[in-house]
Design a protein around this ligand. Structure first.
Ligand SMILES: Cc1cc2nc3c(=O)[nH]c(=O)nc-3n(C[C@H](O)[C@H](O)[C@H](O)COP(=O)(O)OP(=O)(O)OC[C@H]3O[C@@H](n4cnc5c(N)ncnc54)[C@H](O)[C@@H]3O)c2cc1C
Ligand code: FES
Length: 358
C-alpha cells in the first residue's frame, strides 16, 4: 500500500517546512500505524472489505468498514471507488446500498461482461481487501419530508440506491405508502429478494412488485395503477429508464420522477478534425487536445490528473471554469463561447483554443 502525501498549500519556505515535517514525522508514523491498522491513513479514505454477499449470479455486495475519514452518506447517494489494476488507479462510482448511520457501508456491484472494475472487484475484493473511497455524493435522495406515496422502480443493479432508501425508511420506523417495483429476468436475478419479502411481511404499507421476463408481461398501469401520483425514484438499465421516462412524460407527471443513471445517455461523437491548444492557467502549462477526445481524455493523455468520478457527465466532479474559448457539450450537442463558464471536462470537447482555470 502506498502512502500519499497531502497536497501542500502556499509556497516557499512554509511549504518546504511543511513538506519536510510531513516526510520526517507524519509519513513514517502513517506507515507504521498502517501496518497495525490497514485502513489507517491521514490522507485517504480507506475501507476494509469485511463481508462479501452473493445477491444474484452476477451481483455481489461488498460490506466495507471505512476509516474515520469517511463522513457518511444520505440514502440514495453514491461513492467513488478507486482500485489499482496493473499499476494504474481506476475509478468508478457505486451507489451505497446500506442505510446511512452505521459504522459500515455496503456497495452492490453487478459484474458487467468485459468490465474492468466490476470484474476486478468480483475477483479480488475478498474479505480483508482494502478499497479507496471518495466522499459520498449525489442528489438522488428523498426530500427532507418523505413523500406520503412513494414508488421505487429499478432494474438490475439499479436496485442499489432504492434498497438504501427503503432500508433507511425502515431503520427510521417511517415506512410510508411505498411500492418497490423491480424488473428482472427471473426471480433468481432479483437482488435482496428475501429481505424484500421479509420487509413486506412486517410493513403493511410496503408493497413489493416484481416484473419477471419469465412471467406474464404486465404493463406499468397494471403493476402500479396510481404510478403517476407517486413520487418516483427510477434507476436501471438505459432501455428501461428511457421507456419508463416516456410514460411519466406522457402522463404529465415528469416532475414526480427522480432518475439515477449508471450509464451515459447515448450521443454521437463528432470529430472536428482540428487540434486545440489548452492553457491551464493555474498550472501554467499549455497542451494540445484533438477534436475527437473529451477534455478529460485529452488532459489525461497529456499526463494531467484532473479530478473526476463517473466520466459520463453525471457526477459533476470534473467541473471546471472555462475562462475563454469555444466548447461543445457531447451530451446536448450545444456549442458555447461564453466566457467564465462552468463546464464538465468529461463531456466537453474543444472547438477552439481554450483557457481553463486548472
Ligand atoms: C452514479 C453512479 C452510480 C453507480 N452505481 C452502481 C451500482 O450501485 N452498482 C453497479 O454495479 N454499478 C454502478 N454504477 C456503474 C459503475 O460505475 C460502472 O460503470 C460499472 O461497474 C462498469 O464498470 P467496469 O469498469 O466494470 O466496466 P467498463 O470497463 O467501464 O465498461 C465495459 C463495458 O460495459 C459497459 N457498461 C458500463 N457500465 C454498465 C452497466 N452498468 N450496465 C451494462 N453495461 C455497462 C460499458 O459501456 C462498456 O462497453 C454506477 C455508475 C454511476 C455513474
Ligand atoms: S466525471 Fe462525472 S461529470 Fe465528469
Amino acid at each position: 500500500m502506498s502512502v500519499v502525501s497531502p497536497p501542500l498549500a502556499g509556497g516557499g519556505l512554509v511549504a518546504f517546512a511543511r513538506d519536510l515535517a510531513y516526510r520526517v514525522v507524519a509519513e513514517p508514523l502513517e506507515f507504521w500505524l498502517h501496518e497495525v491498522a490497514p485502513t489507517f491513513s491521514l490522507s485517504e479514505t480507506l475501507a476494509e472489505v469485511v463481508a462479501v454477499v452473493d445477491e444474484t449470479p452476477d451481483i455481489r455486495t461488498f460490506v466495507l468498514a471505512p476509516n474515520a475519514r469517511f463522513r457518511g452518506h444520505r440514502a440514495g447517494q453514491w461513492v467513488p471507488v478507486d482500485v489499482e489494476i496493473d499499476g494504474v488507479r481506476v475509478r468508478r462510482c457505486y451507489s451505497i446500498s446500506s442505510a446511512p448511520g452505521g459504522a459500515r457501508l455496503s456497495i452492490t456491484v453487478k459484474r458487467v461482461p468485459g468490465g474492468r472494475v466490476s470484474g476486478f472487484l468480483h475477483e479480488n475484493a475478498r474479505v480483508g481487501a482494502i478499497l479507496r473511497l471518495g466522499e459520498a455524493q449525489g442528489d438522488y435522495v428523498l426530500p427532507a419530508r418523505a413523500p406520503a406515496r412513494l414508488l421505487l422502480v429499478s432494474g438490475g443493479s439499479g436496485a442499489t440506491p432504492n434498497i438504501s432508501i427503503l432500508r433507511d425508511l425502515v431503520a427510521r420506523g417511517a415506512v410510508p405508502d411505498v411500492v418497490y417495483l423491480h424488473y428482472a429476468r427471473t426471480l433468481a436475478d432479483v437482488p435482496f429478494a428475501k429481505e424484500l419479502q421479509g420487509l413486506a411481511a412486517v410493513h403493511p404499507s410496503l408493497q413489493v412488485v416484481l416484473q419477471l421476463d419469465d412471467g406474464p408481461p404486465r404493463d406499468l398501469a397494471e403493476l402500479v395503477p396510481d404510478f403517476a401520483d407517486r413520487e418516483t425514484f427510477l434507476c436501471g438499465p438505459t432501455g428501461l429508464m428511457d421507456l419508463l421516462r416516456r410514460r411519466w412524460a406522457e402522463t404529465g407527471a415528469i416532475d414526480h420522477l427522480h432518475e439515477e443513471r449508471f450509464v451515459a445517455p447515448t450521443y454521437a461523437r463528432v470529430d472536428s478534425g482540428k487540434t486545440a491548444r489548452i492553457t491551464l492557467s493555474r498550472a501554467r502549462r499549455t497542451l494540445t487536445v484533438t477534436g475527437a477526445e473529451s477534455l478529460l481524455e485529452g488532459l489525461e493523455r497529456a499526463g494531467e490528473r484532473p479530478d473526476h468520478g463517473c466520466r459520463i457527465g453525471i457526477c459533476h466532479t470534473c467541473r471546471c471554469r472555462k475562462r475563454s474559448g469555444v466548447v461543445q457539450d457531447l451530451v446536448t450537442g450545444a456549442i458555447s463561447d461564453a466566457p467564465d463558464e462552468e463546464i464538465r471536462l468529461c463531456t466537453s470537447v474543444a472547438r477552439s483554443d481554450l483557457d481553463l482555470a486548472l
